[in-house]
Design a protein around this ligand. Sequence first.
Ligand code: CMP
Length: 143
Amino acid sequence: MERTFVMVKPDGVQRCIVGEVVSRFEKKGFKIVGAKLLQVSKELAEEHYEQHKERPFFGELVDFITSSPVFAMVLEGNNVVTSARTMMGATNPKDSAPGTIRGDYAVNIGMNIIHGSDSLESAEREINLWFKNEELTQYDVTV
Ligand code: CMP
């Protein structure tokens, strides 16, 4: 079954939107198979965002992600990589549609509430970077 990595960024945690974000994914039908609140190290932030390291905003991005805790999760379900990205809305909140997470809660490209893996390959890399195998669960929904 497909899995993706999703992180509520420091702005989402500080604005108390974690529950709202989790609720949207749960109601959609995705299964949470791993989740944790953590303070991100500079090393982890730099590795996570390594494809942006030449961008002018890289330092600002790393500073922001390490500034205060994030809520990291692994979601599972059909087409979850693409669907979760659709639910998040465009990266730049000026372009994200109302009804999406960024469309409803963000106005700033730096503080855009949430990150989600952009491909199956990124999802695999990011899940392995953020979670140990024993932090992930496997269960059947029986209710
Ligand atoms: P995210 O999905 O976490 O992936 C990379 C992040 O870089 C992106 O969301 C934005 O929050 C951030 N980002 C992209 N462009 C800019 C920018 N011009 N200034 C600051 N942050 C940016």
